[in-house]
Design a protein around this ligand. Structure first.
Ligand SMILES: Nc1ncnc2c1ncn2[C@@H]1O[C@H](COP(=O)(O)OP(=O)(O)O)[C@@H](O)[C@H]1O
Ligand SMILES: [Mg+2]
Length: 288
């Protein structure tokens, strides 16, 4: 049993303790979306959740964000109950759907959190412009969401989640709708942003290279019931020193194989299936 005070080290950014989530299914059947999930994320740490569709990744993220409540166990964010952390807006969120306000421009959407927190107009404009530039939408600042592609809308949502330099980012497949070039650029930017802000990140993805490139640890989950199968530390050094060259690195490919084998073991009970990509895997390959 651990106290929430974190007297020895820093208080964890996220502390998920023995969490279960059961949904009521059809005709009285219930779905165990998560079962006995425990996970601690340190301040500044980048942790990815990966696993087959339906293994409870989004559910876990929603619980951390207090958008849903666990059936059992508990969750603390920076030592506070998840509910309090949400009220205090201790984190930024970027989910699969961009969730933009259609009547606001790109700039208006990105500046919204700042506006809600009383940042003055000049401050909003300056930060907004910086973020718009960061996600490569400078020419679209005055456009409305329905004038943008899905990928562009998603970049707006990511910029918005970063507006207040949160110390925790919760991201659910935020780059899923992006083309591969943009996706890698956004990954590089995210690494840079994490270095600058020392934000902790919980990042849901189904891309193995994305998880390995970004993370200090990759959490491999298994479905029905959703559990943590394994946590893979990625020994690629500090996330803050990662660069584009890492994608060609031998250690990078080793970590890819480790995660891939764990995922295949999940799906087939045997990691040596015929469809297993060989070691000469081209970059950007997703195995699922
Ligand atoms: N609101 C809900 N009501 C009923 N079942 C749900 C609900 N949300 C998720 N589930 C179920 O919980 C399981 C995990 O879903 P989810 O967390 O979305 O998985 P993932 O994000 O890993 O694909 C799935 O079987 C899904 O159908
Ligand atoms: Mg999901």
């Amino acid at each position: 049993m651990t106290a929430g005070s974190g007297s020895a080290g820093a208080v964890p950014a996220v502390d998920v303790h023995s969490v279960g989530r059961v949904f009521a299914g059809r005709r009285g059947a219930s779905v165990i979306a998560l079962d006995g999930v425990s996970l601690t994320v340190a301040p500044g740490e980048f942790v990815s959740l990966i696993g087959p569709s339906g293994c409870g990744k989004s559910t876990l993220l929603r619980l951390i964000a207090d958008l849903d409540v666990p059936t059992s166990g508990n969750i603390r964010v920076f030592g506070k109950p998840a509910r309090q952390a949400r009220i205090d807006q201790d984190y930024g969120i970027a989910f699969q759907q961009a969730g933009l306000l259609p009547w606001r421009t790109v700039a208006g959407n990105i500046e919204l959190p700042l506006e809600l927190h009383g940042v003055d107009r000049a401050g909003r404009r300056a930060r907004g412009a910086e973020l718009i530039d960061l996600v490569g939408l400078s020419e679209f600042a005055g456009h409305y969401p329905d004038q943008l592609s899905g990928g562009m809308q998603q970049r707006v949502a990511i910029a918005r989640s970063l507006a207040e330099r949160p110390s925790l980012l919760l991201m659910d497949e935020p780059f899923g709708a992006l083309d591969e070039m943009t996706r890698e650029r956004m990954q590089n930017e995210l690494v840079r942003i994490c270095a600058e802000t020392a934000a902790a990140v919980v990042f849901v993805t189904h891309s193995i290279p994305e998880a390995v490139f970004l993370s200090n640890r990759v959490v491999v989950m298994s479905p029905r019931p959703g559990r943590i199968r394994s946590i893979v530390p990625v020994g690629l050094g500090d996330v803050t020193t990662r660069g584009e060259g890492l994608r060609e690195d031998a250690d990078f490919f080793r970590s890819l194989s480790t995660v891939r084998d764990l995922l295949h073991a999940d799906e087939h009970g045997d990691p040596s299936g015929d469809d297993r990509p060989g070691p000469g895997l081209p970059r950007g390959v997703e195995t699922r």
